[in-house]
Design a protein around this ligand. Sequence first.
Ligand SMILES: *Cc1c(COP(=O)(O)O)cnc(C)c1O
Length: 331
Amino acid sequence: MAAFGSVFMPEMAISWFDGSEWSPTEIVSSDSIQLHPGAHVLHYASTCFEGLKAFRHEDGSIKIFRMDRNLARFAQSSELLALPAIDQQATGQMIVDIVRRFASEVPAPPGSMYIRPTHFGTEPAIGKAAAPSLTSCQYVLLSPVGDYFAGGDKALRLLVDDEGMRCAPHNGMIKSGGNYASALRPIMKARAEVQADQVLFCPNGDVQETGAANFLLIDGDELITKALDESFLHGVTRDSILTLARDLGLKVSERELSVDELLDRAGKPGCEAALSGTAAVLAPVGTLIYHGREYQVGNGGIGETTVKLRQALNDIQWGKAEDRHGWLTSI
Ligand SMILES: *Cc1c(COP(=O)(O)O)cnc(C)c1O
């Protein structure tokens, strides 16, 4: 099985901003794009992206999950990076057009078609270290993906890091390339030194998120996760899971969670922790590693509520439960 995100559809939708308007969308080969070596993005990281999925339902129809939310975040990321404004409706049409073109390639559940809109500054201007790119490009790339848990649904090990940070705090809510480069070294170190799967960034002892997923703690009938602020990425999966948790009668607490409280609660029987994101929906966390000590979360395995919430979300995505919140877009 190919690694997640390493197989692409042969064509993509693309549009260029010339400083005054967006070009009509074209469908082009996804093998390469041509850029000036001085392009703003290559020097000053003026780039953002999105990640969402299209699903095949049993009746053969194809549905995109929460496209409006991803478009709004894409527009916000573009704005916060001082990139040219995107037209959410036009970008939505690019997404629908390209998914429609490859509708027959959308894998059946538990697979899906991962959709990767990308926007970046193209102006050839290496003097613009402190000025925005006036021109840009956006494209929508498709990557069919299989079962995320094909290798087994194993509870993850997280290194709890209360010293470093994932990215500059004012950039946390931007889905921008530079933030991932910034988090890479601590993650590689944690993998090598304590065999952690991910780093849970907790700047100043405040539990935030990992390199590419939000963190949720479930203690009995209470779900605790950090309240939205500009320091971390506002996951669409996070929002969906919180909504479904409320539907299931859980108490949802969006508030600060300290490392002390986390470690205190984690060991209690029935406690669960999970990472949320588009790729996995919810991935269980079994172990927290802090200052050289290992703390088991609950029974160290996969939590019951985690499985229930993941199933509830999958059921909507896969057309097995009613789409009560209007999250699916037909193509
Ligand atoms: C994409 C991402 C998430 C998860 O967002 P979803 O919309 O749920 O996929 C969380 N944290 C970071 C840093 C991310 O890049």
